[in-house]
Design a protein around this ligand. Structure first.
Ligand code: ZN
Ligand code: ZN
Ligand code: ZN
Ligand code: ZN
Length: 151
């Protein structure tokens, strides 16, 4: 096989890959390098134009860009990426199987039935259904106090 033909074959192959999987490419572009998830609230660094979650970038200790190491970097809201993320299907992080767009999934996760809840009376942790059971079994007296009619 001559070199020209070989490169043509390889090139076409690459192009096909890109065409058949645009979602994958978009996902890579919107992925935050810190948490490796699609950024829920994407921002772009002004130094190198990298996309991060706003919460991840706020959490980093060193005041330098995690991608290009620029000192005292700044970032701004990325409205375009935000719009994309809101269209982009994200899977619920609690593994209930629910999928929805970026801002929607946040609302779902607040009340996802698979979310782990922490008991404020003891060290119990569990998903909603077992948590409810736990409260009924262990703490019903404490709860009832809140609802007792004051004489
Ligand atoms: Zn992140
Ligand atoms: Zn940078
Ligand atoms: Zn869920
Ligand atoms: Zn408890």
């Amino acid at each position: 096989m001559d070199l020209n033909r070989l490169s043509r074959v390889l090139f076409n192959k690459d192009q096909q890959k890109q065409r058949t999987n645009p979602d994958k490419i978009l996902e890579e572009e919107l992925k935050c390098p810190i948490c490796l998830e699609v950024s829920r609230k994407p921002i772009t660094t002004d130094c190198c134009g990298s996309v991060f979650c706003e919460s991840c970038i706020k959490n980093i200790k060193a005041n330098k860009c995690p991608k290009c190491n620029k000192q005292s970097f700044t970032y701004s809201q990325n409205i375009f990426a935000n719009r994309l993320v809101n269209q982009f299907p994200i899977i619920c992080k609690y593994g209930c199987g629910h999928v929805s767009g970026g801002s929607e999934i946040g609302n779902h996760e607040k009340q996802c039935p698979n979310k782990i809840l922490k008991c404020k009376y003891c060290s119990f942790e569990g998903i909603y259904s077992s948590f409810l059971q736990h409260i009924i079994n262990q703490h019903v007296n404490q709860i009832v106090q809140f609802f007792e009619k004051q004489e």
